[in-house]
Design a protein around this ligand. Structure first.
Ligand code: GLN
Length: 553
């Protein structure tokens, strides 16, 4: 495959993990896209899992799902939100995928009897995959997972070095590293960055750009030191301080001419410049005064607030996007559904303006979720159920409105007399064969929206559907269980509105209730398609209802 005309920017991390390498890469992607280039971002994860679907959420954070149905890292979500572009399977790379392919080739004699070795065979496979992801783009940004100096990511650094050796003018390396300010010193220290760059150097890599992450702006003096000791231009040392909203990062980097610097180094010229919509958003967010309080109810026993934020990034971002569009900031609280089982819903949920039950798996905490949903339904608190949250809402309605005692999902109770949510037959087969990896109902599927429903109204209001005409949307999925059609008639008779199904009417996709300010649940995950400047209709409707019911007319 020819690489002519494609440029590559590798992004590595230094000093500590979790400093927002993904946000820095996504911000650079946003800047370069705004300058008129076609961008392809790639995230590389170092584990041997072939995708993120088989990793525990507390361990991995959110599993982000693409349209073409790969379960990936949350950074792909940031990329999609920052460059407003759906990504594909090829944009996600793991060590597991690389080795699986190398081993497959070895078994089918594709190496013609050669010794199969880390270099060049594994590095070549990495490069092949990067080129595949870059196809059709002009600039490919590859975020290398982990931090420099780890044993398990070294091979990817090697691949980046080899690609640069082959195309010296087309490959850049951006290093994102942390500058600590020890409390007892009260001074920003640059030595750790210098050391992590040394580590890069020892692998034959000279960074072209250094992004310094810190609590505050990096001053000129320290930029000079970093430049001198790390062997980069001073203007290529960029400051990326902590910010209130991540969407400010492109604006901050662009103020330091990040885009121009990168383009110059790549021998490219900007075709346009337009970050004005971002700037407007950031200004707007900073001016927001009023606040809504939203409870996110799930099973969070023993998890810290950081992990929670990580596990539900897209949900959190989606609520924020919708909030900004309605001119409100969102204050989120994590409510452990296990605690609701002990203390009751009104005890824990009074004082919240809206309730969300996000996606989830397994039985623990589900009774608490159901009680939270009953509370939302009866007290007319706006409710949004995402995937598991829709299934739980169906169970709550079946039990408490339709009188189906002990109704449940077979995921929780295999013996339930009323399996209102049950496993899809093909899914059951997969589980029996222990075929767990990448086998859920994944990715984008069409959903036909029923006319005259709240959902039709919201999808039209936000411009996803035209005022008149076709009523089909496409949303992303990740589930094995589904609404049991045997109960459709009965539940509808009792007032449950089925506002969306697959176009063949076989699977229920959306439910809602009338005579409620907002009570909506989706089998799909709308959070994957929300954008900072274009909130998703389900979230937009939810926040609008929250704002409305907060201020009774
Ligand atoms: N556990 C449910 C299922 O598999 C819901 C999944 C989810 O919330 N993502 O169908």
């Amino acid at each position: 495959m020819s690489t002519s005309k494609i440029k590559f920017i590798f992004v590595s991390g230094g000093v500590i993990s979790g400093i927002g390498k993904g946000i820095s890469s996504a911000s650079l992607a946003a800047i370069l896209k705004a300058k008129g280039f076609r961008i392809s971002p790639v995230k590389v994860d170092m584990y041997l899992n072939q995708d993120a679907g088989t990793i525990r959420p507390q361990e991995h954070g959110e599993v982000f799902v693409t349209d073409d149905g790969i379960e990936t890292d949350q950074d792909l979500g940031h990329y999609e939100r920052f460059i407003d572009q759906p990504l594909k399977r090829t944009n996600y790379l793991t060590t597991g995928q690389i080795y699986a392919e190398v081993l497959r080739k070895e078994r089918s004699f594709e190496y013609n009897g050669e010794d199969v070795e880390a270099i060049p065979h594994v590095t070549d496979e990495i490069i092949r995959r990067i080129l595949l992801a870059a196809r059709g783009s002009e600039i490919c940004i590859i975020e290398l997972g982990g931090t420099v100096g780890e044993y398990q990511n070294a091979i990817f650094f090697e691949a980046s070095r080899i690609l640069k050796l082959r195309h010296p003018r087309d490959v850049l390396h951006m290093h994102v590293a942390y500058l600590p300010i020890p409390a007892y010193l009260g001074e920003m220290k640059s030595k750790p960055v210098q050391q992590s760059v040394r580590m890069l150097n020892s692998m034959g890599i000279e960074p072209d750009i250094i992004v310094g992450r810190s609590e505050v702006e990096i001053d000129e003096k320290r930029k000079e030191r970093v430049a001198l000791f790390c062997n980069v231009d001073k203007k290529a040392v960029l400051s990326n301080p902590d910010v209130k909203t991540i969407y400010e990062v492109p604006v901050i980097l662009e103020r330091q001419h990040a885009g121009q610097i990168v383009l110059e180094k790549l021998g490219l010229k900007a075709r346009k410049k337009d970050l004005s919509s971002w700037k407007k958003l950031v200004t707007k967010v900073k001016r927001i005064k009023s606040e809504i309080k939203i409870a996110i109810v799930g099973k969070y026993f023993g998890t810290g607030a950081f992990e929670l934020a990580d596990s539900y990034v897209s949900v959190i971002e989606s609520i924020k996007h919708a909030g900004w569009a309605s001119g409100v900031a969102v204050k989120l609280a994590w409510i452990d559904s296990g605690k609701i089982e002990l203390h009751g819903a009104s005890e824990l949920l009074a004082g919240f303006d809206g309730i969300v039950v996000p996606g989830g798996f397994g039985s623990r905490g589900t009774e608490g979720m159901i009680r939270a949903i009953k509370y939302a339904r009866e007290k007319k608190v706006p409710y949004l159920g995402l995937c598991y949250g829709m299934q739980m809402a169906t169970i709550e309605f079946a039990r408490n409105v339709a009188g189906l005692k002990n109704a449940n999902t077979t995921e929780v109770d295999r013996e339930t007399p009323h399996p209102v949510i049950h496993i899809m037959p093909d899914q059951e087969k997969k589980l029996l064969q222990r075929r767990y990896g990448g086998t859920m109902r994944l990715g984008a599927w069409d959903c036909a929206i029923r006319r005259g429903t709240k959902m039709e109204e919201e999808y039209v209001a936000s411009g996803v559907l035209p005022a008149r005409g076709r009523r089909v949307i496409s949303e992303r999925h990740r589930h094995r269980y589904e609404f049991n059609n045997k109960y459709r008639g009965l539940l509808e008779k009792k007032g449950l509105i089925i506002s969306g199904t697959t176009p063949d009417n076989k699977l229920v996709e959306l439910i809602e209730l009338a005579e409620h300010p907002y009570f909506v649940g989706s089998q799909f995950h709308p959070e994957f398609k929300s954008r900072p400047l274009r909130p998703h209709p389900m979230f937009a409707g939810f926040v609008k209802a929250v704002v409305r019911s907060k201020k009774p007319r």
